[in-house]
Design a binder for this molecule. Structure first.
Ligand SMILES: [Zn+2]
Length: 198
């Protein structure tokens, strides 16, 4: 009799712990679906702050600048319409340019999977990484590529070295973010991790 009671207690304990896990998983799935459907960075940041989610979800969303060299981090060319530094015409700049020294390490801004890498006439040596919730990041003008297509990468992993390949007037990394296939301003996400830790 005592043994039966013990077995029942264990079964109830296992069932209830399973229920908790699947509940957490369901909540995480719902949050990811919600973030996927959102396109405004303000809404996404507000949601993340509101839920104070304690999983590693934040590391799966672009949330840091693509470099360790924070002390000299500045934007030499912003997202949006600009006069192209080489072609001289007004064009939409679909990312931000961060001047670094030649050979400085460029890191991935969130967990993800490398979808392509190679050489493009404009972007030079580039890496593209897909993340959850419809995010994709692009890193251009690299002097060297350190990852291969299909590689799974963790946030802050070195993916290349800064260079000046392609349409470029000096060593810098061109950093772009796409959300659901559309380029957005990466600057909104460069300090997201810092914002969340405040
Ligand atoms: Zn650029």
């Amino acid at each position: 009799m005592k043994c039966k009671v013990l077995v029942m207690i264990i079964v109830i304990a296992v069932c209830s712990s399973n229920a908790t896990i699947s509940n957490d998983e369901k909540i995480e799935r719902d949050i990811k679906a919600l973030i996927t459907s959102m396109n405004s960075s303000d809404s996404i940041i507000s949601l993340l702050k509101l839920i104070e989610w304690e999983s590693d979800l934040i590391y799966q969303i672009p949330c840091i600048p693509p470099t360790f060299v924070y002390h000299q981090l500045r934007v030499s060319s912003h997202y949006g319409r600009r006069v192209h530094p080489i072609h001289g015409n007004v064009k939409h700049h679909n990312g931000i340019d961060l001047p670094l020294s030649h050979g400085d390490t460029v890191v991935v801004s969130a967990d993800g999977k490398v979808t392509s890498q190679g050489y493009d006439r404009r972007l030079g040596n580039f890496v593209k990484v897909r993340h959850i919730c419809g995010f994709e990041t692009v890193y251009g003008h690299l002097s060297k590529i350190l990852v291969v297509t299909g590689e799974v990468v963790k946030i802050s992993k070195p993916i290349g070295l800064c260079g000046s390949t392609g349409d470029s007037t000096g060593p810098h990394v061109h950093y772009g973010i796409k959300k659901n296939g559309v380029f957005i301003n990466p600057l909104d996400y460069c300090e997201l991790l810092f914002e969340m830790q405040k």
